[in-house]
Design a protein around this ligand. Sequence first.
Ligand code: 6PG
Length: 240
Amino acid sequence: MTRLTTCLDAESVAERAAAHVTRQLQRAKEERGLAHVALSGGTTPGRTYELLAREPGLWDEVHVWFADERCVAPDDPESNYLLAEQSLLSPASIPAERVHRMRGELGPEEGAAAYAREIGEHLPSIAGGPPVLDLIVLGIGPDGHVASLFPGAETLDAGEGAICLGVHDSPKPPPERITLSLAVLRAARGCLLLANGTSKADAVSAMLGEESRHVPASLLRRERLTLIVDDDAAPPGPRP
Ligand code: 6PG
């Protein structure tokens, strides 16, 4: 079952999300000596990253990965890396050797292949399955996309062996992107999905309904999913 928390506003979402990430990273470090977290871009998680940058010691032994990237240079205002860099990586002084950037400037295919190789060098897979991240932080589009896995896209059929994929026709600009595969999202020990605002309400309700390729967020492993939303994005019904 998905754990759903509804908060009063976007600031409370960010506070709850930062507390969740903190707990999951601490737990991974206690259990395995290090932690692997993947970040998303977009407008929603920035405040969470800012709060997380203030946690002393939290980022020791943590490797930072990305759920997706736009095919732009890392200093482009559209870059997901730039958002993370400004809100978290630089303020928390996370050393470059523990930050694994998707190289969007290489283009979708080359960038995805390079990232799959880098993941293979650092991340354990269990019993030959996909590599296992401790936590993936996700936003959701009004169309139900997560990372750069869009409704009905071929990338959703890439199979268990796919780690990282190139995207050429993203309906959300820019069209060229790199994304972790659905298999990697599903293999993670946890996914944390954040949603704020009325424009996300239908997508949040849809992802909690039947699994569908037309709502990629509905394909996440529900028992490993934590959903934190504000009142405006919350599904109808009593507030949990
Ligand atoms: C991206 C993302 C994408 C994002 C959602 C939500 O590169 O755009 O990683 O999956 O998380 O589109 O975006 P907002 O937070 O801006 O609504």
